[in-house]
Design a protein around this ligand. Sequence first.
Ligand SMILES: [Cu+2]
Length: 511
Amino acid sequence: MEGTRRRGARLRLALAGAATIALLGPPAWMWQDSLMPGAYSVMDMGYADYGGALTHVAAADTSAHGSHAEHSGHSAHPASARSLTSLTADPDRAADVVITLVARRQRFRLAGGRSVDGYTLNGASPGPVVHAAVGQLVQVRLVNESVPDGITLHWHGVDVPNAADGVAGVTQDAVGVGRSFTYRFVAGQAGTFWYHSHQVSHEQVRRGLLGALVVTPAARPPAGTADVVALLHLYDGVRTINGREGDVHAEARPGERVRVRVINTENGQTPVWVAGAPFRLAAVDGTDLHEPAPVRDTAAMVTAGGRADIEVTMPEDGSPVRVHIGGPAGVVLGSRSYDVPAVPRPATSLDLLSYGTRAALGFDPDRPDRRFDYEIGRRPGFLDGRPGIWWTINGHMFPDVPMFVVAEGDVVRVRIVNDSGEPHPMHLHGHHAVVLSRDGVRATGSPWWVDSLEVGAGESYDIAFVADNPGIWMDHCHNLPHATEGLVAHLMYEGVTTPFTVGGTAGNEPE
Ligand SMILES: [Cu+2]
């Protein structure tokens, strides 16, 4: 139990009664109490939340109660703990897709001519589209030529091995100027994903350290289909698609089926709608929906950090189709002509709670091993000495937030409640969760698997996932300024440790 207690220890033991002192003490105490140490391990952050499985752990001493007893035994013996650096793709397997990405701080031009002071990968932003077929091993060597704060790459939506997750201070050190880091992971699921820096991410993502990752089914795409990436990003407040202001044109023949992969790299959700043809929402966050019906005069909402694959069948008469992405501009599909007028955003939006038809989940979410609450609030206080109105998680302010502890194989349920007055796009690393209900209304449509879930002000969601990817994983708001304001927690597997620290000589600053 010693290891369990150690990991559950608060960051500042000397101020274990911090909550009481903060309530009763003068503001100077609160200010001093909030100061973060120069380096800290996320393992020592906040307090352990075992999701109701604590009784199982406690019972382990007197009875062999299945896997929990076994895992409790593991944490009692640090010698059996695994560093997350060992959680990698098979080191003996040769890579199928090999890429080098060189990051630079530079002034660059968007397609269309506007000059931007930011960051590039291989001389451009967005960086190159990384393509892989499902099952292939992807190997990306990231080289930092000139980004002063250091960089990482996080593979957003890909359930990579933990050591490849790219979170500075949690799964690696930030890659300093003149250094490199190699990411290796198997592209286990066909779908639309993206990559971005997770070092000073609120600034580095905004200024361009990002790109698309497309994993296609192993089979060659059937004849008569086309595939278009549409990565939405704002540079200096200017809305772009694939780094271009205004429309992106893509060739599509009459009768052809087209998949437009919309990637929302922004901090707020965005609507997508289609003029000139009905569409189906074929996939969300890299997972195909089950039997999605064609719709028209309807918008699909894409969560910040999320993806939506819009499938359109081109009209037989050869007329073009406009896929609006957040506004008048978008992807215009055509062959002879790209002349299709913009139409206003439809009044109705797709509700994914009831879109498509039911299918098996592959596990039983009604028999969870752990149940967690992730209740988001807001209150005045100090965060690292800064006064402000900060986010809270289960009533606690960063860094005294819960550490959600699971064991490998657990079925995990999480109730996300948003009482903070603002929407939050919640992003769990390393896993996909299925939405069970919203505001108590059960999902009746296609299994709705997410890695980025818009939780509106006043809303609550029940989600579930299988803990099948050991490691230490961020579970945070992907409105990246909100993450800097303390809306960050972690999911930790029993028996997994990290040697990395936030802060320290590498200057790790994941948010
Ligand atoms: Cu948020």
